[in-house]
Ligand binder design. Structure first.
Ligand code: PHB
Length: 388
């Protein structure tokens, strides 16, 4: 097989890259180790920034988002047993939307296949080769048949555990990492969300987040230990903790728990995001803790920059945008890292031996809720910094 851009991974980054390239008349093939059903069912991020809403609509894959997305003007901060609303529309003139990653993935897969795109699901033993040459290759197996795709470029969109990042020689990349002494226990519940917008809660027992997937399905998270055993959390304990942390500021309705799991939290960056003809995008090169809701948004930002660079290359033969890819992306990546770390350290309980941090966090929350300057800074980052 031969294509212009070989893409590893059919998550939001790989699919959007392939879609944007197609709109620019550039051919691509996606290889994915999981099944289509797995990719479309995986419950992950849910919040998109204003410019991502615009990107989905403007690129022709926003029809269902328009109908089913939940458009929010802001968020609530809950601390000291009171709710404080931050109005992004007033502060920065932007909205955000709740529209699950799996819905975006479904829309993009349907559109790619409808446009005649090639997505190869359930491939095995994927490896990439010759990335320092002008003819990189993707090799994989399907059943007992070995295959090879010859490409001009490779998009490494295969997530944190994918194979692409590790093919960059160790002495040609650096990694920056931070672990947190807590994780999130997340549930999906058949019950209406407690508020019309997201509630980020700081409580002496720990952080909680009340978000949603639809008017009748809530997505609820509790700060827990990073290695928490889900077996220690029967449904009744989860609900009790969720009630305690929202502290009566909104009525919390219980429902059937459809899914439960623990997510560890980390901050991670691999630099540079490119080597030879391999370009990393999304989780393959950076991970943020979920508190800032930046993960999927960053993946889209990477592929927006990358698709424009490929377009310039194929149109005029110029590779200056491709050369600048990593530098361009990392500016946004590090700002998102800073914001995600900042939200995380402000909202989680740690240093339990000493209440200094708790007093400091409450002061910071009060400052953010009461100062126009501070709430504007949060709103500007949360609703999405301008795209280059
Ligand atoms: C979600 O809806 O799953 C979600 C929203 C905002 C976050 C994290 C997760 O900060």
């Amino acid at each position: 097989m031969r294509t212009q851009v070989g893409i590893v991974g059919a998550g939001p980054a790989g699919l959007m890259l392939s879609h944007l390239l197609h709109l620019a008349g550039i051919d691509s093939i996606i290889v994915e180790s999981r099944s289509r059903a797995y990719c479309e069912g995986r419950i992950r991020a849910g919040l998109i920034e204003q410019w991502v809403i615009d990107l989905l609509i403007d690129s022709g894959v926003g029809e269902r988002l328009r109908r089913e997305g939940m458009f929010h003007d802001g968020i609530y901060l809950c601390f000291d047993r009171a709710l404080h609303h931050l109005d992004f529309r007033n502060l920065v003139g932007k909205q955000v939307a709740i529209y699950g990653q799996q819905e975006i993935v479904k829309d993009l897969i349907a559109r790619r296949l409808g446009d005649g795109g090639r997505i190869l699901f359930e491939v095995e033993d994927t490896s990439i080769h010759d990335i320092a040459s002008t003819n990189p290759r993707i090799r994989f197996r399907q059943g007992d048949k070995a295959h090879e795709i010859e490409c001009d470029f490779i998009g490494g969109c295969d997530g944190f555990h994918g194979v692409c990042r590790d093919t960059i020689p160790g002495d040609k990349r650096a990694t920056f990492e931070r672990d947190y002494p807590f994780g999130w226990l997340g549930i999906l519940s058949e019950s209406p969300p407690p508020a019309d917008e997201l509630v980020y809660t700081y409580h002496e027992r720990g952080f909680a987040l009340y978000t949603m997937r639809s008017p009748t399905v809530s997505r609820l998270y509790l700060q827990c230990a990073p290695d928490e055993d889900i077996a220690n959390w029967p449904d009744a304990r989860i609900w009790e903790e969720l009630h305690t942390r929202i502290a009566g500021t909104k009525p919390l309705q219980e429902g059937r728990i459809l899914q439960k799991g623990v997510t560890p939290m980390r901050s991670f960056v691999c630099e540079p995001m490119q080597y030879g003809r391999l370009f990393l995008a999304g989780d393959s090169s950076h991970i943020v803790p979920p508190t800032g809701a930046k993960g999927m948004n960053l993946a889209f930002a990477d592929v927006r920059v990358l698709s424009r660079a490929f377009e310039a290359f194929y149109r005029s033969g110029k590779d200056d945008l491709l050369e600048a890819y990593s530098r361009t992306c990392l500016k946004r990546v590090w700002k998102a890292q800073r914001f995600s770390w900042w939200m995380t350290q402000m909202l989680h309980r740690y240093n339990l031996e000493n209440d200094f941090d708790m007093r400091r966090q409450l002061a910071e929350l009060d400052y953010v809720a009461s100062s126009v300057a501070a709430s504007t800074a949060l709103a500007e980052n949360y609703a999405g910094l301008p795209m280059p």
